[in-house]
Design a protein around this ligand. Sequence first.
Ligand code: SF4
Ligand code: SF4
Length: 357
Amino acid sequence: MKNYESPLHALEQGTWFKLICGASYQHLPAIRNLALAYTLAGADCIDVAADPAVISAAKDGILAARELARSSGSHDKPLLMASLNDGEDPHFRKAEFDPKSCPTDCPRPCERVCPAQAINSTGVIDERCYGCGRCIPICPQQLIFTRSHIYTPEAIAPLVIASGVEAIEIHTQVGRVADFTRLWQAIAPQLDKLQLIAVSCTDGEGLIDYLWEIADLMQPSPATLIWQTDGRSMSGDIGKGTTHAAIKLGAKVMEAKLPGFVQLAGGTNEYTVAKLDKLKLLKPRSPKSHNYIAGVAYGSYARTLLSPILDRLENQPSTSDACLETNPQLLWEAVALARSLVSQIKSSSKGQVTSCG
Ligand code: SF4
Ligand code: SF4
């Protein structure tokens, strides 16, 4: 594995790469394997839904990658980020069953499979269950089901931070200052546990004034700040043109000279870095500039890029747990593909951007 710079240094260098697993993406084996492949490819950050089961799957993938890369002396990266929406109440599920219905001779496979030791003779221990769902199909009596819990963003923020993420992203919209303030007040007491805070916002009338208002609200903050400009959400895999909205919005926010870094998202794809280079929005090698697009986040494009490989893995009967590293050929195919995307922004500081025509 190549020895890339640390994630926060990548922001300063203008070579920051983030993988967005998606706020509503809950396919845990795929999240784990995407985190694994993109970690090995040199990603700086893996961004997942603020769902304990999803966070755990991504962590698992990052740990597996670190294990594979241990001998190379690679940096301890990427950062794990959880995304919270300031205007929506997230749903989380918990498993449940009635222990009185269990046959006395059941070998209790549910207990063995639970990674959180959340099952005992009394049933499911609510506080420990993080809704991964592994116990459900394994019960021969089909006694286990899940129920949905609704949390407010303010209630879930401390739980998410306690689950070990190093970064939080707040998704907001112009005009939601009251919602943003409530969420920020829940996060602020725990800032010492975070390396990075990102704010993701779509365009809208009064955007720059709104961003300044929340920038002031967040000061002083010991964590590094990123402004994620969400051009055209979940569209990067549609075609070349989707990148324009992301770049246009990124340039607009960059001009506002807010404190922190500006990073693109929403519609980003294989054309984005070349287009940024053409428009001279990447960090120049000289003269020194403090105003540049510090990095790019890829969502649907990055996931779609690897989906044929992950589909092949899941369709192989011998890899029932669907861990990518159990099939080295598929693993390194996936890493090579992921690296073809990661290397675009990584090589931008060395003047090696491929032309987009
Ligand atoms: S295995 Fe079942 S009880 Fe254990 S954490 Fe997952 S969903 Fe909860
Ligand atoms: S596997 Fe099913 S039947 Fe057996 S102990 Fe667990 S919940 Fe009860």
